[in-house]
Design a protein around this ligand. Structure first.
Ligand SMILES: [Zn+2]
Length: 303
């Protein structure tokens, strides 16, 4: 590894767009590209549009930036299986159990590491963002859907099937709206952009004051449960809905968190906006690549 010259290719897979970036080992994005997700494409055609922006940056890494690519990191909308062996993003219907990791390895001839987008964001915000240097925190995204990742004792939690931290299905309204998961009253069924549009008949970009306040309250309720459960005192919240609702949302979330996190260790827990903005998803994907490389190196030493 040459810290001055090596870069990783970061890949962010979302429901509306896919993005790629070249990230230095210090977390600086030196180039990026993106393409909208065309929902009329077949699985293979969609991969073709992704490799378009992959190839563009692979070429620019050497020709334009004089850098060496050492790995690929992916942050993907869920559900996924471990290390993006397969991805089935809810809003990308062409990809169901799509073998993204093997496809990207074959295409780039580089090691590929992947994780859920919200977990990737947790790595990014803990590394360079609002949770910098913190050993225990929750990071979450309130956007079209709701997702999250938890860092506990300095480690990003994976869980049995790599879905740990999915706060979108914590119950916030008993007997509330039916959720896509089959349950009722999940945070995602009450406070996601999709839910807000279904409830209010208006897009989340045109919220009423009540909508912003209620969404904050529901998020605060879920965060309080997680802080009480896991001994956390910080939640970093990103995503277009939360950040778009701004201070009204964050004040309401904080007030609700204060009401429900009352234990010695959880009282005083803070909800704060994500700090990396639109760089967060790509820095997160890059951080997933670096974590994967470290794990590989450890495994090789043991062997
Ligand atoms: Zn649910």
């Amino acid at each position: 590894v040459d810290p001055a010259r090596d870069v990783v290719l970061a890949v962010d897979i979302g429901g509306t767009k896919m993005a790629t970036g070249l990230m230095t080992l210090q977390g600086e994005l030196i180039d990026r590209a993106q393409v909208p997700v065309d929902h009329d494409l077949s699985a293979q055609e969609l991969f073709g549009s992704l490799t378009g922006i992959v190839d563009q940056l692979v070429e620019r890494a050497t020709d334009h930036h004089d850098r060496r690519l050492i790995a690929v990191g992916v942050g993907s909308a869920g559900p996924i299986t471990r290390n993006v062996e397969t991805v089935s993003p809810v809003n990308i219907t062409a990809w169901r159990d799509y073998p993204l990791r093997s496809k990207l390895m074959e295409h780039t001839a580089l090691p590929v590491h992947g994780d859920l987008d919200a977990k990737a964001l947790a790595l990014a915000e803990g590394w360079l963002g609002a949770a910098q240097g913190r050993q225990n925190f929750l990071a979450m995204v309130v956007s079209t859907g709701v997702g999250g990742g938890i860092v506990l004792d300095g480690q990003l939690l994976d869980g049995a099937t790599t879905n740990a931290g999915h706060i979108g299905h914590v119950i916030v309204e008993p007997n509330g709206r039916r959720c896509g998961c089959g349950s009722r009253g999940c945070l995602e069924a009450e406070a996601s952009g999709r839910a807000i549009e279904a409830i209010t008949g208006r897009p989340p970009t045109e919220p009423s004051y009540e909508t912003m306040q209620r969404t904050g309250e529901l998020v605060g309720r879920a965060v309080a449960s997680v802080c009480n459960l896991l001994d956390l005192d910080l939640a970093v919240v990103g995503g277009s809905v939360a950040l778009g609702f701004g201070a009204t949302f964050f004040n309401s979330a904080q007030t609700t968190l204060d009401q429900h996190a009352r234990l010695d260790y959880s009282s005083g827990a803070r909800i704060t906006p994500a700090r990396l903005g639109d760089r967060g998803p790509l820095i997160g994907a890059g951080a997933v690549a670096l974590r994967g490389l470290r794990r590989d190196a450890r495994a090789n030493r043991v062997r």
